[in-house]
Write a protein that binds this ligand. Structure first.
Ligand SMILES: Nc1ncnc2c1ncn2[C@@H]1O[C@H](COP(=O)(O)OP(=O)(O)O)[C@@H](O)[C@H]1O
Ligand SMILES: [Mg+2]
Length: 296
């Protein structure tokens, strides 16, 4: 369980607060997506979760972050990292070894994992990430997506209860981005690992996350289930978040009293919504239900 209470933070020398009065609870086993425009404070929040803020980035810090009972201010970040593993935005900076196998090994040795457990942990983390075949590869020769998986495998080998990822798909194509999310879902569902992911691709967040948190100018402007958050179109636009087009279509239909159900956030749900319309909606003056142009 993670508790964030009245958290405010201003980087040393900065004129404004990067985080301002954040309150947010994240229960075990959650899968939370954090979204918001550039500079909203998403990375700073992820640093606050692992104690890098304020231990490595000093500044004015108020409030508290409690990770599985540990106050991040009271203990050093390496204590937190046993509970909460972080995959940072800059993957290359995070890699410390030359070869994939060593990247996992260093972390396990650092955590003083018993020697007879190490081989099993490396094998299972690489296999779970689907990169068992990359074990002996030189990291610098890997693609962006493969490096992401190495970084995630290195974290999962340590078996933290929470994984925080800051824009892990930023440089990946749609297919590789999806694969990362599918792998995170597996970690979440099969191993109960809490996933907290900062991500700009709202369609992926809508499909995979249980909850969404929207950041706007250092504040947590909205949070709730994906469906709940998507209802707040105007606040999302204000926070610079583009909602899926199918959701906008659902909102427009609701405004015209043509649809009363939950807002769709993917194509499948949009199809269900449209089917319910064609069975229930009375033909409206000026609307041609027979053929019509494809909405865009
Ligand atoms: N190391 C730093 N020193 C001073 N200000 C920073 C530092 N890192 C980020 N900031 C500022 O904090 C605010 C939030 O940044 P950040 O958390 O990186 O936002 P996001 O990840 O949502 O783009 C921005 O105004 C940014 O300029
Ligand atoms: Mg960021």
């Amino acid at each position: 369980m993670i508790l964030i209470r009245n958290l405010s933070f201003r980087y040393e020398g900065a004129s404004r607060y990067a985080l301002s009065g954040i309150n947010f609870d994240i229960p075990d086993g959650d899968f939370v997506g954090i979204i918001g425009s550039s500079g909203a404070g998403k990375s700073t929040l992820s640093y606050a979760l692992n104690g890098v803020v304020p231990h490595h980035f000093p500044g004015d810090y108020y409030g508290e972050v409690i990770v599985n009972g540990l106050d991040t201010l009271a203990v050093q970040p390496d204590m937190i990292s046993r509970q909460l593993g972080s995959v940072f935005q800059d993957i290359d900076a995070q890699m410390t070894a030359a070869v994939v196998e060593d990247e996992l090994l260093f972390g396990l040795e650092n955590f003083a994992v018993p020697h007879n457990e190490i081989e099993g942990r490396i094998t299972s983390a690489l296999d779970a990430a689907g990169i068992g075949n990359l074990r002996q590869r030189v990291i610098s020769s890997l693609s962006g997506g493969q490096k992401q998986k190495v970084a995630i495998a290195a974290i999962t080998a340590l078996r933290p209860r929470v994984i925080v990822l800051d824009e892990p798909t930023g440089e990946l194509d749609p297919q590789s981005s999806r694969k990362i999310f599918e792998y995170l879902r597996e970690l979440n569902e099969q191993y109960g690992i809490t996933i907290i992911i900062v991500e700009q691709k709202i369609m992926l967040l809508c499909e995979f996350c249980k909850r969404l948190a929207v950041m706007d100018k250092g504040t947590l402007s909205l949070e709730g289930s994906v469906a709940e958050v998507l209802q707040h179109g105007e606040s999302l636009e204000q926070a610079g978040v583009n909602i899926p087009r199918v959701t906008t279509l659902g909102r427009r239909l609701k405004e015209k009293n043509l649809y009363k159900g939950a807002l769709p956030c993917n194509l499948e749900q949009a199809v269900t919504m449209m089917r319910s319309l064609s069975y229930s909606a009375e033909p409206t003056a000026g609307m041609d239900h027979s053929a019509g142009a494809v909405p865009c």
